[in-house]
Design a protein around this ligand. Structure first.
Ligand code: HMG
Ligand code: MG
Length: 314
């Protein structure tokens, strides 16, 4: 039964990152056909956006070295629709690879902290923006849409708590380059609800409203759903999540799984907030994927419903 709570939007967009953020940290290589099946099943479950892969350096993220083959396989199956799936590109080389395949949605990913920028991109903060500027320019000129991520928006394993102004500065620079949406990442999952509200307000004070922001939570300390509720009340209507709670970042110590899409869907269903995703088929997909990876999903909702019994919040 849905019991609406005050201050909630009618509908939100779930931005599914399982095939990219969820799989990028897997040590055992997942076969390309399994990844393709994962993407297809997520789309079939009603997810409106499924980030498919990354065109990063294959030595940095070996799991996603098959990005071009995966896209090719998806185009074979889904036709041109596959080219609308977003992909990560860190630099012009990554953009070239994505544009050669006709991709129309790309995402750059910056850091709010100097240390993580160096560890993840081999660049300092100023250098990361210099690297992204031609990527965004050329992507827009090619007619592609650009999303921008900011990582370490709440805390950083090397630098500790990250000041709000530092996050706003990094985010504003990415939007100024021409990104259409900014996804604020709690890469190591240390954020709590008040901090979420304060960050959204700090962006608002800088003239960047919640309609331009998405929130990207990792559930390391069990705060992701509480943080989603804070975000919903603050006017955010796009939330990133990973089917089955897969994920982690290979270059961030202590980054564990993302917010599980099923857990997010359960919360939204209970609140009566629309999202368009079929929970039963999503759970079936994550149960299947857990079988492929050889370990159970960390998602509470997948564990509760994995038997296949249909349930809804009561
Ligand atoms: P670099 O070593 O500084 O690269 O890495 P470079 O620019 O010096 O180039 C060296 C060689 O690599 C050159 O080849 C390039 O062509 C090649 P050579 O001339 O020596 O033969 N090269 C590439 N090849 C294929 N694809 C490319 C590419 N780029 C260069 N794209 C680089 C710099 C940015 C490439 C590297 O640091 C990298 O790939 N980093 C990606 C790390 C990553 O993917 N991390 C995980 C995603 S971020 C995340 O998960 C957080 C997020 O989820 C939000 C959150 O949770 O906060 C988004
Ligand atoms: Mg992430």
């Amino acid at each position: 039964m849905a019991v609406p709570a005050p201050g909630m939007p009618e509908h939100v967009t779930i931005y599914e990152v399982g095939p990219r953020d969820g799989l990028q940290n897997e040590q055992e290589l997942v076969p390309t056909p399994v990844k393709a099946e994962f993407v297809r099943r997520l789309l079939a479950a009603g997810l409106p956006v499924v980030e498919a892969t990354s065109f990063v350096h294959p030595r940095w993220v070996p799991q996603l070295a098959d990005a071009a083959d995966l896209v090719g396989s998806l185009v074979d199956d889904l036709g041109d629709h596959a080219r609308a799936l977003p992909v990560l590109v860190p630099n012009e080389r990554g953009l070239d690879r994505a544009l050669e395949l006709g991709m129309r949605h790309v995402a750059v990913f910056g850091s709010a902290t100097e240390t993580f920028a160096r560890k993840n991109l081999n660049r300092g903060l100023d250098e990361q923006h210099a690297m992204f500027a031609p990527v965004v320019d050329r992507a827009l000129a090619a007619g592609a849409d650009v999303r921008a991520y900011v990582s370490m928006c709440f805390g950083d394993p090397w630098e500790g708590p990250v000041p709000l102004a530092q996050v706003v500065d990094a985010g504003r620079r990415l939007l100024d380059l021409g990104a259409s949406q900014l996804s604020l990442g709690d890469t190591i999952g240390v954020g709590t609800a008040g901090h979420v509200v304060a960050l959204v307000e700090a962006f608002g004070d800088a003239g960047i409203g919640p309609e331009r922001l998405a929130l990207h939570f990792h559930d390391t300390y069990g705060q992701a759903l509480s943080n989603v509720q804070a975000g919903l009340r603050a006017g955010i209507t796009t939330f990133d999540a990973s089917a089955g709670g897969l994920g982690g970042c290979p270059y961030a110590e202590s980054a564990t799984g993302n917010l599980a899409t099923e857990d997010l869907v359960w919360l939204l269903d209970g609140l009566g907030v629309g999202h368009g995703v079929d929970l039963a088929s999503l759970v079936a997909t994550s149960t299947w994927m857990a079988g492929q990876l050889g370990r159970p999903s960390p998602s509470a909702v997948v564990r509760a419903l994995g038997s296949g019994t249909a349930q809804s919040p009561t």
